[in-house]
Design a binder for this molecule. Structure first.
Ligand SMILES: Nc1ncnc2c1ncn2[C@@H]1O[C@H](COP(=O)(O)OP(=O)(O)O)[C@@H](O)[C@H]1O
Ligand SMILES: [Mg+2]
Length: 803
């Protein structure tokens, strides 16, 4: 039996031939003398369906004996799947009771201890009673008849047609299923067999197959199979799309090489000569004009000579031509003039971006330093922040303000060093790395290059792209950067590199060491409102050909989109939704239905549907053992409830909710601290031995870590054991130590904003974070009571209600 699966995999798909008999219509001969008792063969890891012919390899002695005793007199036997494929000698309780009736068509004894049989599967059966278990199973059985809907049932007719079409499509596009299956499918005209045929051929879990076998209603089977087919078709579609995308990415250079080759063949055919002399001359001219550095020129000359001797038909010829073209097109000496006017730089940054004062200031400072000391080896700037806060667009603005070309290289997901350093020039379509490609595209050797998502750079067997990047960024090395394709040094020292990242922790350490991080933490709702009014809506109106009068917006509409349709630290989703709304207006205006439409909260809901996000809110009532904590996530700050519960036990403690190591250490610290102060807190020490404690931090799918929940855990535990409730209006953040000090945390601004959004009125923060308070936007500061804490006692005094 094991070999059966192997056979299947060798034939690349579970294809089993279709029998030509039609059990639905006429009674085949074997039905005339149906035995009352049949031998039953257990199957491992496979479920068989009626209407198929299955080749089985029989290995187990019991099963071989079964065949030997059966065949002289009869051909019918039961086949049932065993629940546990590992059992060698399954008993009556180890097999499914619903199985199939098989008619042995042929038996081939192999030299080895195996027997091959070809079995036609003819009926569904249910085993009703086992009459013998030794040396193999024998049982009484019933035939399970298929139940059909009425022939006139229109829905059923449509469902069947649909099923057949999907099946054809599936088989047609699945390379793992041989063409015979298509023919087999076409030959089926019985709905019962159709569903069983598909159940056999779709890749399903064993249990799913068994369930389909046990279902006698053909319409239900058809439904299930249709559903599975839809899913699998969808997956196929996605796979195809992926393949196409990859092809698109790689085909450009290869296609050019291929076309060039074809062109030459055509020219030869027309007797026009292959033009290769002309081509070589032309290349030579262009290379001379390109002002190559000496070393490169030597290299180019050598290749030009090789071009002379290599026949134009050879692939090598076009490899060299592509190479020389690349050399000729690269801006070896071309620099754009820097605009050194810093005032103008600031103007452009302001023109394109609302707020971000600190960031803009820092960027201008950076430019100022460069202006004073162009050769200095400044740090690489890294704009750090969640998606959609304007990192990329700031980069573009800086480039524009300097008058430099802008190029963006997304290094997120790059695992192959060759993407940075290029592929060796060995085959048609090999290419320089992305840096050189971008330089070639922008045609100057001093562009501003943005290295996007450096925190998502990968590494695997194809090398370490991060270290390749490091080389690119290192001013000591990058004046002579050697791309493997170019094989000659290119001077990157005039390039300004700016990088971006979402999450600081993921930037490879050696890269991080070279960087100066500029935080862009995310926007408050008020800031988002301003950005929408001043930038996003203007841009979207323009894109949709609308004037301000045709599409005015109310403030309420912006607010509604901001709070109920997006949940993000940046404004990317917001811009998208504003875009959809403008499109909706444009559609109506264009059809001439209306001259203008005002976008109001009602229009928003009509167009975008019911609100998607209810804001994560604080606890509704004050309770014992439940505390509002504050967390800093890649999407911004959020309120995180910390729940503690106790029940009879003996002092064990359990922590759940995808908690990282650091967070669970703070929990231990909180636990010890409370125990050590039990007396002062008015807690009976005995209680610790009498109960088990469970601490849970909900939103379990999100991993949480860091020390900043220490204070909140401590408060939750003390509340739980002292029976004092925690105020629902208070949220807290802070690390603790075993002396009960409240220690500083990160991300105060985001946490404060998150608290405000969740409806919190008071936040307790570590005293040492007072210096960060000015970062919190003033509008938010006005609405929040921010209380600095030095010791945990103060926290308890403020947060715990006096009964
Ligand atoms: N402060 C801002 N003022 C105006 N527009 C902004 C601001 N921040 C972001 N945007 C806009 O939001 C969109 C997304 O920004 P983007 O630069 O792609 O974000 P990131 O690179 O940080 O993911 C862009 O259209 C950008 O112009
Ligand atoms: Mg970006």
């Amino acid at each position: 039996m094991e070999d059966f699966e192997q056979m299947l995999s060798e034939s690349q798909g579970e294809i089993i031939e279709i029998s030509s008999s039609k059990p639905d219509s006429e009674l085949p001969e074997w039905r005339n003398d149906m035995p009352e008792i049949i031998p039953v063969m257990p199957l491992r890891g496979v479920v068989l369906f009626p209407g198929t012919v299955a080749p089985l390899t029989i290995e187990r002695p019991h099963s071989q004996l079964l065949l030997e005793e059966l065949l002289p007199t009869g051909r019918l036997m039961g086949l049932v799947t065993q629940m546990d494929a590992d059992l060698d000698v399954p008993g009556p309780d180890d097999v499914y009771k619903v199985g199939v009736l098989g008619n042995v068509l042929r038996m081939i004894r192999q030299d080895t201890d195996e027997t091959m049989v070809l079995i036609q599967i003819v009926e569904r059966i249910r085993l009703t009673e086992f009459v013998e278990t030794e040396p193999y199973l024998k049982a009484k059985f019933n035939i399970l008849e298929n139940k059909f809907p009425a022939d006139s049932n229109k829905k059923w007719i449509a469902a069947l047609r649909n099923l057949k079409e999907s099946a054809q499509q599936f088989i047609g596009t699945n390379p793992n299923i041989p063409d015979e299956a298509q023919q087999a499918l076409n030959a089926i005209d019985s709905p019962a067999i159709l569903t069983d045929f598909l159940a056999t051929n779709l890749s399903l879990e064993l249990k799913e197959k068994q369930d389909l076998l046990e279902e006698t209603k053909v319409a239900t089977r058809a439904d299930v199979v249709q559903h599975i087919l839809n899913n699998q078709l969808h997956i196929q579609e996605l796979q195809q799309k992926l393949r196409d995308d990859v092809e698109d990415e790689f085909s450009d250079a290869q296609r050019r090489a291929y076309l060039r080759e074809q062109l030459r063949a055509i020219q030869r055919e027309l007797g026009e000569g292959d033009g290769s002399d002309e081509q070589a001359e032309d290349l030579q001219d262009r290379l001379e004009a390109a002002n190559l550095p000496d070393e490169v020129w030597e290299n180019a000359e050598r290749e030009l000579k090789r071009l002379d001797v290599i026949p134009p038909q050879s692939p090598e010829h076009s490899v060299i031509v592509s190479y020389l073209e690349t050399l000729a097109e690269l801006p070896w000496q071309t620099l754009s003039d820097d605009n050194q006017n810093l005032k103008r730089a600031r103007e452009i940054l302001d023109r394109d971006h609302y707020g971000l004062d600190k960031v803009k200031k820092r960027l201008v400072e950076y430019l100022a330093v460069r202006k004073l000391n162009p050769e200095g080896r400044g740090p690489i700037l890294c704009l750090l922040g969640p998606p959609g806060v304007g990192k990329t667009s700031l980069g573009k603005s800086i480039a524009e303000s300097l008058g430099r070309e802008f190029a963006r290289i997304s290094v997120g997901g790059v695992r192959d060093e060759a993407e940075i350093r290029g592929h060796r020039r060995t085959y048609i379509g090999s290419m320089p790395g992305r840096l050189i490609q971008e330089i070639r595209r922008v045609k100057t050797r001093n562009p501003l290059i943005m290295l996007d998502e450096v925190d998502k750079i990968g590494s695997d067997f194809r090398g370490d792209p991060a270290s390749a990047l490091l080389e690119v960024l290192d001013p000591q090395q990058n004046h002579a950067f050697v791309d493997r394709y170019l094989d000659v040094p290119f001077d990157l020292s005039q390039v300004i590199f700016i990088s971006t990242a979402n999450y600081i922790g993921n930037i490879p350490a050696p890269l991080y060491d070279r960087m100066e991080v500029i935080d862009i933490p995310g926007y408050t709702d008020e800031e988002k409102l301003k950005i929408s009014q001043k930038y996003l809506v203007k841009r979207q109106r323009k894109e949709n050909g609308l004037t301000t009068t045709q599409c005015p917006w109310t403030v309420g509409a912006f607010r509604k989109v901001i709070t109920e349709y997006t949940r993000e630290a940046g404004v990317r989703g917001l811009e998208r939704e504003i875009g959809s709304l403008c499109r909706a207006v444009a559609a109506q205006v264009a059809m001439g239905k209306k001259k203008k439409i005002q976008v109001t909260p009602e229009f928003v809901e009509e167009t975008l549907g019911p609100p998607i996000f209810a804001r994560e809110t604080k606890m509704r009532i004050s309770r014992e053992g439940v505390v509002n904590g504050l967390a800093y996530t890649p999407f911004g700050g959020e309120v995180l409830n910390i729940e503690a519960l106790r029940y009879r036990g003996n002092g064990h403690i359990k922590l759940t909710g995808q908690i990282g190591e650091v967070m669970s250490e703070s929990m231990s610290a909180a636990w010890s601290l409370m125990k050590s102060r039990a007396e002062d807190l008015g807690i009976d020490y005995e209680d610790f031995e009498k109960y088990d404690v469970h601490i849970h931090v909900p939103a379990g799918a999100v991993p949480k870590d860091g020390p900043s929940a220490g204070v909140a855990m401590y408060t939750a535990l003390v509340s739980l054991f002292s029976g004092k409730r925690v105020s629902k209006d208070v949220a807290m953040t802070g690390e603790i130590n075993l002396r009960g000090d409240v220690l500083a945390i990160g991300g105060l601004k985001e946490k404060a904003l998150g608290a405000l959004q969740a409806g919190i009125k008071t936040i307790l923060i570590p005293k040492d974070n007072v210096r960060d308070i000015p970062d919190i936007p003033e509008s938010a500061r006005k609405k929040l009571k921010i209380l600095p804490m030095t010791f945990v006692e103060e926290v308890l005094d403020t947060a715990l209600l006096k009964r």
